[in-house]
Design a protein around this ligand. Structure first.
Ligand SMILES: [Zn+2]
Length: 94
C-alpha cells in the first residue's frame, strides 16, 4: 500500500494495483501485442512491451484520479475523509 498527500488530501494506492498490472500485462502479451505487431519478437520483448503498456494504463488511471482530487480542492468540496473527520464525534456517539 502506498500513501501520499496530493493537493493536501490523503491518498492511498491499494496493493491490488499490482494484480491489475499483472493481469493487464498478461492480456497485452497473450492477446494484443502478437496481433498488433504482426512480427515475431522474443518473449522478453513482448514482456517489456506488455509491462510498459500496463504501466501506461495504470498511470493514466492515476492521473484521472488526481484530476478528481484537484477538482475537489478547486471547488472546495468536502472529501469523504474530511467529512468523516468533521463528523467523527457525531457519528460515533449518536
Ligand atoms: Zn472519474
Amino acid at each position: 500500500m502506498c500513501r501520499f498527500k496530493c493537493f493536501g488530501i490523503k491518498t492511498t494506492i491499494n496493493a491490488s494495483v499490482m494484480i491489475l498490472v499483472f493481469l493487464i500485462t498478461y492480456i497485452l502479451i497473450k492477446f494484443f501485442l502478437p496481433k498488433a505487431t504482426k512480427q515475431n519478437y522474443s518473449s522478453v520483448e513482448y514482456f517489456i512491451g506488455g509491462l510498459f503498456g500496463s504501466v501506461l494504463i495504470i498511470a493514466s488511471i492515476l492521473l484521472h484520479e488526481i484530476a478528481h482530487i484537484y477538482t475537489a480542492k478547486y471547488l472546495n468540496l468536502v472529501t469523504p475523509h474530511e467529512y468523516n473527520q468533521l463528523h467523527q464525534n457525531k457519528t460515533k456517539y449518536t
